[in-house]
Design a protein around this ligand. Structure first.
Ligand SMILES: Nc1ncnc2c1ncn2[C@@H]1O[C@H](COP(=O)(O)OP(=O)(O)OP(=O)(O)O)[C@@H](O)[C@H]1O
Ligand SMILES: [Mg+2]
Length: 370
């Protein structure tokens, strides 16, 4: 076994990390605590600081302020190769003049490991990504998916305690991407290492992560489990970024009555209506939470709509509908024998439960809590 600086599955902490490039704040008081063995994804738009966070942790970029700890020990003084962190980049960055075996062996040669041990380790890593037969191939003789597997084998061959992946599947087509997502899940289980993953694909983040940190302007806007991020976004920014949603404006009337201005409907909230304070100015309503009117109770809001357009998504149909005020909403339903497909121009009544409407405040960003 190689002597490891740090054991498998370690905790990672960013404590008040800032990184500025001249006037640009790539990271601004960035805080994040990752548990040993946890899979955390940074999700955010281009330029929000995702790659910078990985680079500061890996040691390729120095923080302007703050500290980075692995298992409660600051690693800022350690050079990259002593941090025991594996990294997979978006563009594979395989060495073009080395064959597959030598690419994977590279980190071990850097660590001056004995030849027999290198042979064994590279063999194991390539077996894990099912490329044991291709050690002699050059990178340009591989498919995109195979190259990505080599990059992965190279990142794990020295048994890093933390694995960083920066949009590792960005260059792959959808089918291969989904297959690789399953593989990444399998590797994570097998290796037990802590993973910090970066993507701007919300579906990928929801599928893979224990927790998702949504980034905006060099900070974490919300960090939570995939289901809570999806169901309980803390801001318009997160609601809009994670999946498709409808944002409906609300006004507060006397006592516990609210008015959905886009629907021209006043509604008295049920007794227990925590979270509907006067600072809430809109709600997020997922397209699949809208349904055709069936039975009614005092939790249901019903409104008139007209079908504008529809998208056929296999087992799901997504309609865009127009309300009386001219607002366009998305409405999704599963196909079924008793669910006739609606046509453009059809008028119908749509309904949703107040419990499925998530009240939001007017801020574009939530507070940067981690
Ligand atoms: N070496 C650099 N010099 C100057 N500015 C930089 C440098 N690296 C990053 N930045 C700036 O810092 C900000 C954050 O960049 P970063 O690469 O971390 O974003 P990102 O979230 O990874 O974006 P993407 O999704 O496009 O990869 C951007 O405004 C970027 O232009
Ligand atoms: Mg990036």
């Amino acid at each position: 076994m190689v002597e490891r600086d740090i054991e498998f599955g370690t905790s990672v902490t960013f404590a008040g990390v800032s990184k500025t490039y001249g006037a640009v704040k790539a990271l601004s008081d960035f805080n994040l605590s990752i548990q040993p063995g946890e899979f955390v994804t940074l999700l955010g738009p281009s330029g929000s600081g995702k790659t910078t966070a990985l680079n500061v942790l890996a040691g390729f970029v120095d923080a302007t302020k703050g500290d980075v700890l692995i298992d409660q020990n600051s690693i800022l003084g350690l050079p990259p190769e002593r941090r025991n962190i594996g990294m997979v980049f978006q563009n594979y960055s395989l060495f073009p003049h080395m064959n597959v075996f030598e690419n994977v062996a590279f980190p071990l040669r850097l660590r001056k490991m004995a030849a027999a041990e290198i042979q064994k380790r590279v063999g194991e890593s390539l077996a894990m990504v099912q490329l044991d037969d291709l050690g002699d191939r050059m990178p340009n003789q591989l498919s995109g998916g195979q190259r990505q597997r080599v990059a992965f084998a190279r990142a794990i061959v020295f048994e890093p305690s933390v694995l960083l992946m920066d949009e590792p599947l960005g260059a792959l087509d959808l089918k291969l991407r989904e297959a690789m997502q399953l593989e990444i899940k399998r590797y994570h289980k097998q290796l037990g290492c802590t993973i910090l993953f970066v993507t701007h694909d919300q579906g990928e983040a929801l599928a893979l992560s224990d927790r998702i940190a949504v980034m905006g302007d060099g900070q974490i806007v919300q960090i939570d489990t995939p289901d809570r991020i999806y169901d309980e976004p803390n801001s318009k920014y997160v609601a809009d970024f994670i999946g498709t949603t409808n944002l409906l404006e609300i006004e507060h009337k006397a006592s516990s009555t609210i008015r959905f201005s886009d629907l021209e409907i006043e509604f008295t909230l049920p007794d227990n209506h925590e979270g509907w304070g006067r600072d809430r100015t809109s709600v997020s309503l997922r397209p699949e939470k809208l349904h055709r009117e069936t039975s009614t109770d005092n939790q249901t809001i019903i409104f008139d709509a007209m079908i504008e357009e529809y998208l056929f998504l296999g087992n799901i149909i997504q309609y865009s509908v127009r309300t009386k005020t001219g607002k366009t909403l998305l409405f999704q339903e599963h196909r079924g024998p008793s669910v006739p497909i609606l046509a453009r121009g059809d008028a119908l009544k749509l309904a949703f439960s107040i419990r499925d409407a998530r009240p939001l405040d007017g801020e574009t960003h939530g507070s940067g809590v981690a």
